[in-house]
Design a protein around this ligand. Sequence first.
Ligand SMILES: Cc1ncc(COP(=O)(O)O)c(C=O)c1O
Length: 382
Amino acid sequence: MMIYLDNAATTWPKPEQTVASIADCIRNNGANPGRGGHKMSLAAGRLIYNARELLAKLFNVDNPSRIIFTGNATESLNLVLKGILKPGNHVITSSMEHNAVARPLHFLKGQGVEVSEIECSPAGIMDPGDVEKAIRKNTTAIVVLHASNVNGVIMPVERLGEIAANHGIKFILDAAQTAGLLDIDVERLHLDALAFTGHKGLYGPQGTGGLFIREGLEVIPLLQGGTGSKSESLEQPPDLPDRFESGTPNTPGIAGLAEGVRVVTEKGLGEIRKHENMLLRRFLDGLEQLKQIQIYGPGNPMLQVPVVSINVKDQDSSEIAFILDKVFNIACRSGLHCSPQAHKTIGTLNQGAVRFSFSMYNTIEDVDKTLHALEGIIAEMP
Ligand SMILES: Cc1ncc(COP(=O)(O)O)c(C=O)c1O
């Protein structure tokens, strides 16, 4: 049986309810939502609305229509960044970002948007004071990830939200690694936009994600097209969610996501975090006993999500991941994790790192077997 520790990429396994509801949707509810007046179309529409309501409740969004569905967090981030930033605007970000933020910002830089990247410490920790110092007259937005997909470090989002609110700046959060794990309240965090993905901590299928857009935030849609509403007009409808949901939606995927959210909500974020923190503590303690291992990040479950990057001496990270997979049947991820800036920050741009990430389905046995495997690899090394 494989030990799957690549949950920061996508969680696996998915809950049985997720799998069953995707099959049920295709089998019994396969019409296009919002496109017809017949019973099956209306039922598909209800299914999607129900998913919106569950997500709205999770993120404390009062109007579920302010949550739009996308294919993933990358699409959500592209939509909001390209939809609000104009040449001459200034945006503040961190040196720990995933390419889902870093690449759209690099593209926008080419269009005349100014970008300040706040350098985080070698553990990935951001000083909110540096953000405050970087604010200019033309600063439009702060965009950061909630927690790093490289070393799990949690960003000081409460403070960043206050800074943004005090300066009248938009606050955009990339919650790809935290939705379904950390408490995200769009009001408490003063969020103007929240990008999330459905296939990680929300235990939905790949190809699902979404974006909360606060009322009053003017976002230009990336796409125009059929929405099933106001079809007589060539203008894209002004109302959410239709304004940003052109084309046939991924109804089966959204059905699966809704069940994932239901499972997470019923279990409780606190319970999930407690379990994953226990595994994380055990893993970190075990790693510390292994002399040849370098651990990156805060090394403290209170300051990070259950994502741990390490290196074994100066061994190539992909070599270690290959042995873990081939010899020990342990799935992890090596290399740069789509985050070269973050690896530069923690000092692993050349070597990459071996990343282990837990889900609510991992066990103490998974942790112990992985530590044992690493011990074996070290013992065999020259
Ligand atoms: C921090 C972070 N942001 C964005 C993304 C992109 O998510 P998706 O692949 O679902 O678009 C990821 C995925 O690994 C991530 O870890």
